[in-house]
Write a protein that binds this ligand. Structure first.
Ligand code: SF4
Length: 390
């Protein structure tokens, strides 16, 4: 096995503080870094020798033969403590520490398992539910018990028929768990869209689900909760989907060790189809440009390989969207095409909240006629929009 590079910042907050030394032998599952303020525990995903420690990562020279088992987290009957010990963070992309999110009491409130898998191309959440639908139901019950919620929902798009059949069987006999459908659109998995569609409550930009007396948790996060409580397993792997200009085509990977280089995921897909363009980590809408040397973290959901950018030297106007491409991403795309950005603006539903532009109503996307006129007046010959409605 190769070197694993385990980032110290895989969550919202500050980088974790290493508690191992260079040259030290570590075992799979061993705690290697602890929070330094807001954050989460980090465990080694492999057995091996600590080769290097920097401000940003711990590099581990992994043993050729890896054990199946792992160092268990401390034995506790306190579910929140188990979640904290296991270093669980929101696996759907946000990376907020789960033990903090769930440390609340919902009076007459609800928990939603977010099974939307909203970004196009990604399929690892659905693959995982089909593999073990009962596990998601058990996890939802744990979260309901922790928070005192009176009811749990599984939010899913109706197009996932096979998954729905499995989930339907798994919730049979559960009086306080229901499946609810979300529209087949992006960004149906946005927490504010889920609250709007399930409960008819419109949260304002910047408001959190807890303000509607609801906790929303991604299904992979829920799986990690079950593994922490039932098997005392820390977060040492991540599910993800690879797609795009790869020989294998769409490929789901389950339980990839955290710290695995993206290069080795691409190799496991048979390599690139040439010509290929950029690597995106995440989904097509919200993914971030990356390189082969980046690694899988607790929030990596997709490894997507694009086409080379077409070349177009015109003058461009940009319209940013909170849930799709924002101005910096659109600017990068235009520059990669050899074009020039002459004007930019945001979707008319985006309003500034605490210094950040937020969408007033995700997924209820308006026409942009006056924005187009504004961009054309400012010299745009062509317009690129980041709007996300599909
Ligand atoms: S309303 Fe505008 S900002 Fe909001 S999701 Fe739609 S296009 Fe994006």
């Amino acid at each position: 096995m190769e070197n694993m590079i385990i980032p110290l910042l895989q969550h919202i907050g500050k980088p974790a503080k290493p508690i191992v030394r260079e040259g030290e032998e570590v075992k799979r599952g061993q705690l290697i870094a602890v929070p330094d303020g807001l954050g989460a525990n980090i465990h080694s995903s492999v057995s091996g020798i600590v080769k290097e420690i920097s401000d940003g990562f711990i590099k581990i020279d992994a043993l050729e033969k890896q054990p199946e088992d792992f160092v268990k987290i401390k034995d506790t009957t306190n579910y929140l403590e188990a979640i904290k010990e296991a270093g669980i963070v929101g696996a759907g992309g946000a990376g907020f520490p789960t033990h903090i999110k769930l440390n609340t009491k919902l009076e007459d409130g609800f928990v939603v398992a977010n099974a939307t898998e909203c970004e196009p191309l990604l399929g690892h959440n659905m693959a995982r539910i089909v593999e073990d639908p009962d596990l998601i139901v058990r996890g939802l019950k744990y979260v309901m018990e922790i928070t005192g919620a009176k009811k749990g929902y599984i939010a899913i798009k109706p197009k996932n028929k096979q998954v729905l059949i499995q989930l339907g069987k798994a919730i049979k006999g559960e009086n306080n768990i229901e499946i609810r459908f979300l529209p087949n659109m992006y960004p149906a998995g946005d927490e504010r869209v889920i609250i709007r569609e399930l409960f008819g409550i419109k949260l304002k930009p910047g408001q959190l689900p807890i303000e509607a007396n609801v906790i929303v948790s991604n299904v992979e996060t829920i799986r990690n909760i079950v593994l922490a409580i039932e098997e005392r397993r820390p977060v040492i792997t991540k599910d993800l989907t690879a797609d795009g200009r790869l020989v294998s085509g769409n490929k789901v990977f389950l339980d990839v060790p955290i710290g695995t280089p993206i290069k080795s995921i691409i190799e496991d897909c048979g390599g690139y189809i040439e010509p290929h363009g950029e690597i995106l980590l995440g989904g097509p809408f919200m993914g971030k440009k990356a390189s082969e040397g980046d690694v899988v973290t607790k929030t990596t959901g997709g490894v997507l390989i694009g086409l080379p950018f077409p070349q177009d030297s015109r003058k461009f106007g940009l319209i940013g969207c909170e849930c799709g491409a924002q101005i910096d991403r659109l600017t990068y795309i235009v520059e990669s095409m050899g074009g020039e950005v002459v004007a930019s603006t945001n979707c008319k539903r985006m309003k500034e909240v605490n210094g950040r532009f937020r969408c007033e109503e995700p997924g209820v996307c308006p026409g942009q006629a006056e924005k187009v006129i504004y961009l054309k007046k400012n010299g745009a010959e062509a317009i690129i929009v980041g709007t996300c409605e599909t």
